[in-house]
Design a protein around this ligand. Structure first.
Ligand code: ADP
Ligand code: F6P
Length: 328
């Protein structure tokens, strides 16, 4: 491949996600394969500003494909949002010879890369890494599949205790803006009702749904609530609302929290991360820039970062209907 690029900087930024290590590994090894240098940048944009770099070769990324989190670590860096911060970052990366970047993160991280690319002309490629699956231009983000499996496993366990005690459980899952995890893990775990930010079903409907469940002979139920759902003020207020109207229900709340972001990546996420890293590096070497690698119909695609940032994802409302039928 004809290229003037000699040293690709790779970093993870924003919320971490399982499979980020596999993506770093892929970027590093693809660079080695094409005989160019690869520099790891610690803690995202913060590492650029602090000058915290490490030269990475194919053996630096041994035994990480199966590890959750990110060995380069991640951070949210306010200083990079200022022109002064980005100037320091640019000076630092040029000092070590980095002449292109691969950013693994969410839309905030892509916004930073897009601005940096426009200001300093440094070639950038994005790889979507977030459990939320809320990035336009890809059907799957790295970490989403793993998080789904983690959530389903957790809800299966909650189901055991819920059915032993004839209890109603409200389970909160991550997704501050979108309901992908709630919807798909909810169907996978057999939830009675799924509450997501995209569709406010209203408290009355929730009550009716619970009444339908108990009158159809169910003794325990699981309601999945996405973090960003607006049906109630929060999951505890929802519980109180139902409890007041049905004091006979024995209700518990379980907030799954950050365990959803950890753990060994699923095979799907490892493969996606490996394919995405190759595509990101080779696209840079072909002279492409300002793009995000995505997957659609199992084919890798490239979407302008600008579109990936601004475009909004849409959930498939048919999934809500499927769940409604399944919970009869
Ligand atoms: P995510 O990438 O998961 O969406 P954030 O929204 O927290 O996470 O963004 C990660 C980092 O990207 C921020 O801490 C900041 O350093 C950088 N970033 C986000 N928005 C901007 C912006 N408008 N300008 C410059 N940098 C930004
Ligand atoms: O963006 C991923 C995400 O897991 C969201 O679903 C959640 O709201 C947020 O990160 C939590 O972020 P923090 O790590 O800052 O608590």
């Amino acid at each position: 491949m004809e290229t003037s690029i000699k040293n690709i900087g790779v970093f993870t930024s924003g919320g971490d996600a399982p499979g980020m290590n596999a993506a770093i590994r892929s970027v590093v090894r693809t660079c080695a394969y094409h005989n160019i240098k690869c520099t790891g940048i610690y803690r995202g944009y913060e590492g650029m500003i602090k000058g915290d770099f490490i030269e990475l070769g194919p053996r630096s990324v041994n035994n990480i494909i199966n590890k959750g989190g990110t060995f380069l670590q991640s951070a949210r860096c306010l200083e990079f949002k200022t022109p002064e911060g980005r100037k320091i970052a640019y000076e630092n990366i040029t000092k070590v010879g980095i002449d292109a970047l691969v950013v693994i993160g969410g839309d905030g991280s892509f916004t930073g890369a897009e601005i940096f690319h426009k200001e300093y002309g440094i070639p950038c490629m994005g790889i979507p890494g977030t459990i939320d699956n809320d990035i336009y231009g890809t059907s799957n983000t790295i970490g989403y599949d793993t998080a789904l499996n983690t959530v389903v496993e957790a809800i299966d366990k909650i189901r055991d205790t819920a059915s032993s005690h004839n209890r109603l459980f409200f389970v909160e899952v991550m997704g501050r803006d979108v309901g992908y995890i709630a919807l798909n893990a909810g169907i996978g775990a057999g939830a009675e009702e799924i509450l997501i930010p995209e569709e406010n079903i209203g408290k009355d409907h929730l009550l009716k749904s619970l009444e339908r469940s108990s009158s159809s002979g169910k003794h325990s139920s699981i309601i999945i609530v996405a973090e960003g759902d607006k049906t109630g003020k929060n999951i505890f207020e929802l519980k109180d609302y139902v409890e007041k109207r049905h004091p006979n229900y024995d209700i518990r709340v379980s907030v799954l929290g950050h365990m959803q972001r950890g753990g060994a990546p699923s095979c799907f996420d490892r493969v996606l991360a490996s394919r995405s890293g190759v595509k990101a590096v080779e696209s840079l070497l072909e002279g492409k820039t300002g793009l995000m690698v995505g997957i659609n119909d199992n084919k890798l695609t490239l979407t302008p970062l600008e579109q990936a940032i601004k475009g909004s994802t849409e959930i498939d409302k048919e999934l809500l209907r499927v769940n409604n039928i399944m919970s009869i």
